[in-house]
Design a protein around this ligand. Structure first.
Ligand SMILES: Nc1ncnc2c1ncn2[C@@H]1O[C@H](COP(=O)(O)OP(=O)(O)OP(=O)(O)O)[C@@H](O)[C@H]1O
Length: 633
């Protein structure tokens, strides 16, 4: 073989700068050079696959499409070979002598900046082929184009020049022979290489063989058409990426072309480990660009409240070399997140419609995440609103209804969706707030979880209907309400003047505890209830805030409260007389009515005080009945 055709060339100025940064920086993420080279190899194979379809080339057409990696620990050498498209001499020179994407000095500036600031960052820049010089003393690239033209060898130590010479006898494709630096010898260890491949390139859709053994077991099934993928393959893939042993609850596999080209395969697992108290779930959807991993367990492509999803998102519109940091404020990534979120919510809405039983199961397990979304992401309010489920006065215990179904059942003249919180269905149903709803046969939603009131209050409206908590002071039930109430004053009710007097007596006893005491238009049986004056915070929200507030904080967490009394209730009526006959006892009774109403609102009372008072009242009752019993006195 003659060496007559050896040519020595200078790297383009920018390339030299990149090489300089790469070589002179210390790396903690050197592993990524394997990803870069394997991804180049996979690209070259993809291109050949395409050309073999369009051009039907003859040269080496039976050579299988694969990537071979040889680890020669003795000689500190790593060789990566692909049977892809290969490069002609001109291509070799342009591709490995210049930096196409870099052209702009900006990239270099950022790269240099990253190298200075945070050595880990540079790994995110994807300096492509040149990253090999993080680990290489010397690199040889032997390549032959698919067109069968003569092969060539490119060689460099990354220090400013490279040589190109003819290299006869090559097969189609590219072989990269890396002589490792002394401190990078570990990359000639096949276990190291296998580990890196499993981490970054496991789904490359061509066999990757390390010392003859295929190491990437799972293929990029998300890029295949749905009809070609078997249930088993889907499940196997799920188990692999989710580290799961069971099957997923839901699977969503879709692709879009506009506004972004996306292939996504998302899974909802069976269990919610967060709910089981096993700590906060971490995002588990990987971001790929053309089957090359860009961001593992990405925090950027889905909102935090969808952290229970597992899977893969592949978008060829993203630049492969985007840094993880840049992902955060990349406009494309924002769009990607929006498209994915909307699509997933739509999927859930379809599932809810087509298979309500299964959706009910999902809701039980993962509904809490959607509620979190409703309180944190206004953007998806309508979509999430559609998916919410609650018990209501119209459902059987344990059954759920949607807001849409509630609206369908709304009475004429009703323009709001009502809800009331309570610790259990039975507590709510026996509480004072639902009395008038029951009487008028108006449906009311039972919000039995503490977060529910935050969700509905945050949403404010759904399909233009106001969401109204029944413990609001200004609650006005639909029309019939007022007419009926006024016309239907029970005979036994007290004259207005007396009611006024009782109200001011109660207010005087309770002082600042309540803002106002007034006769109720909604109570039917209960003597009294507590209502919230500023409609924003419900009693249940107040309860949650109190529970989570620091012990020492005595801040007035709750809003202002009114007390509504029921003038038709025997107790209230008797209170009028008691007030003059036994003022002290009447005061105890008022405080007890207040405490009872607070408890029914789910709010805290001073239990010690209440118990003492309660005994006083009991004593008094017992005294009345036993005063004449023998032995007493
Ligand atoms: N194994 C290979 N087979 C064929 N061509 C290759 C191979 N490796 C690199 N190339 C060519 O060299 C070019 C430069 O590669 P390099 O890795 O530096 O950048 P890139 O792949 O274009 O971008 P990046 O890797 O930063 O996303 C590639 O675009 C490709 O044309």
């Amino acid at each position: 073989m003659t060496d007559t055709k050896v040519e020595t060339r200078q790297f383009q100025a920018e390339t030299r700068k990149v090489l300089d940064i790469v070589i002179n920086s210390l790396y903690t993420e050197r592993d990524i050079f394997v990803r870069e080279l394997v991804s180049n190899a996979a690209d070259a194979l993809e291109k050949y696959r395409h050309i073999s379809l369009t051009e039907k080339p003859e040269f080496d057409k039976d050579v299988p499409l694969e990537i071979n990696i040889d680890c020669d620990a003795k000689r500190h050498r790593l060789t990566i070979t692909d049977t892809g498209i290969g490069m002609t001499r001109e291509e070799l020179e342009t591709n490995l002598g210049t930096i196409a994407h870099s052209g702009s000095g900006k990239f270099l500036e950022e790269l240099a900046e990253a190298a200075k600031k945070d050595i880990n960052l540079i790994g995110q820049f994807g300096v492509g082929f040149y990253s090999v010089f993080m680990v290489a003393k010397r690199v040889r690239v032997q390549t032959r184009s698919w067109d069968g033209s003569e092969g060539h060898e490119w060689e460099s130590d990354g220090a400013g020049t490279y040589t190109i010479r003819e290299c006869p006898g090559l097969h189609r494709g590219t072989k990269i022979i890396i002589e490792l630096k002394d401190d990078a010898e570990d990359y000639a260890n096949k276990f190291t290489i296998e580990r890196i491949i499993k981490q970054y390139s496991n789904f490359v859709p061509f066999p990757i063989k390390v010392d003859g053994k295929t190491v990437n077991t799972v293929q990029a099934i998300w890029t295949r058409s749905r009809s070609e993928i078997t249930e088993e393959e889907y499940t196997e893939f799920y188990k692999f990426i989710a580290n799961a042993v069971d099957e997923p609850m839901y699977r969503l596999h879709f692709s879009t072309d506009a506004p972004l080209a996306i292939n996504a395969l998302l899974y909802v697992p069976k269990e919610n480990y967060e709910l089981m108290g096993m700590g906060r779930m971490q995002p588990a959807v990987n971001l790929y660009c053309q089957k090359v991993l860009i961001d593992q367990h990405s925090e950027h492509i889905l909102p935090e409240w969808l952290r229970f999803l597992k899977g893969v998102v592949d978008s060829e519109d993203l630049p492969l070399n985007i840094s993880r940091q840049a992902l955060q404020d990349n406009a494309l990534v924002h769009r990607l997140r929006k498209v994915l979120t909307k699509r997933f919510l739509k999927f859930l809405a379809d599932e809810a419609k087509n298979n309500p039983e299964k959706y009910a199961e999902f809701w039980k397990t993962f509904g809490i995440f959607l509620k979190e979304g409703a309180t944190s992401d206004f953007e998806y309010r309508d979509e999430i609103g559609k998916l919410l489920r609650f018990e209501s006065s119209a459902t059987e215990p344990g059954e759920m209804t949607s807001l849409d179904d509630y609206i369908d059942r709304m009475k004429e003249g009703q323009d709001a969706i009502y809800y009331i919180n309570g610790p259990s269905r039975s507590a709510v149903e026996h509480g004072p707030y639902v009395e008038m709803f029951k009487k008028r046969d108006i449906e009311i939603i039972y919000t039995l979880e503490p977060i529910d009131d935050f969700v509905l209050s945050h949403m404010g409206t759904y399909r233009d209907k106001k969401l109204v908590s029944a413990d609001r002071a200004d609650l006005r039930l639909p029309e019939a309400a007022d007419k009926e109430d006024k016309g239907e004053t029970p005979a036994e009710t007290l004259p207005e003047e007396q009611v006024k007097e009782i109200c001011s007596f109660i207010k005087e006893v309770l002082g600042d505890k309540v803002q106002e005491v007034k006769p109720s238009t909604r109570l039917v049986d209960s003597p009294a209830m507590i209502v919230n004056v500023d409609g924003l915070m419900t009693s249940s929200m107040e309860r949650v805030l109190r529970a989570t507030a620091r012990e020492d904080s005595m801040l007035p967490i709750g809003g202002k409260k009114d007390m509504e009394i029921n003038p038709a209730s025997p107790l209230i009526r008797k209170l009028g007389a008691l007030r003059t006959s036994d003022a002290d006892f009447a005061r105890d009774v008022v405080w007890q009515i207040y405490d009872n109403a607070m408890i029914q609102a789910g709010l805290l009372v001073d239990t010690q005080e209440m118990v003492s008072r309660n005994y006083r009242i009991l004593e008094r009752l017992a005294g009345d009945n036993t005063a004449d019993e023998p032995g007493e006195k």
